[in-house]
Design a protein around this ligand. Sequence first.
Ligand SMILES: [Zn+2]
Length: 265
Amino acid sequence: MHVIDYNLFPGGCRHCITMSYDDGAGSDVRLAQIFRENGLRGTFHLNSSHFGRSGYVSAAEVPEVYAGHEVSCHMVTHPMPTQNPDISVLEEVIEDRRALEAACGYVVRGMSYPFGSYDERVIALCRTAGMEYSRTTKSTNFFCLPQDFLAWHPTCHHNGQIMEKLDAFYSREMNGSMCLFYVWGHSYEFENGGWPLIEEFAKAAGHREDTWYATNIEIVDYVNAMRALRVGVDRTTVYNPSATKVWFSLDDEPVSVEPGGLFRL
Ligand SMILES: [Zn+2]
């Protein structure tokens, strides 16, 4: 009997790195550029009430500053969502989407929770407002994919020994499964002598052929497409009903199935 494993990212990679930065401070300009130069990709979670304030990226700057990365919600005014009534949570997400979508020109489908504040009620409201993922501030200190994308726990904050973790990430023990290294933080935290740390990390982590560099929503779309594959009884046919090319292992060999395509052994 043939064996199928869902253990590959695009290109047949076992490793994926994503960066996730909050609040839209002006320091994002430098950070987004460091990521681009080193081949890293990330998601920037913005509060639209910060547009036009000094020390923050403006709406007009959004397309250029975040080129190659993803623009994502962080709610309009950076509230504490667990303390807010339903209508306020909905409005904070939807109005943030409205402003961000006007600035970036595409559908904004994800977010991070301000103050890492969330519960079951907040998750349900964010889903209703069109959110497909939301990042928390709870470090797993590991490299697993999330059980629930609306409670997406990162690997660690950038102050969580990221260089040491990078070694562990590429160690032999991690070779068999899909590994995701998810780093989060705020770019303004680098302003007090922290830039060398993230520059060193970006240089060491970027431009590797064995790694898929993705935004948060690209990971959501890929994993959802992977989980949506229809597999024949004998595991010799696999139908991909999604719009995303999916890779998987068949008897330990990497294969892929095109969007809308049927793979036959
Ligand atoms: Zn924040």
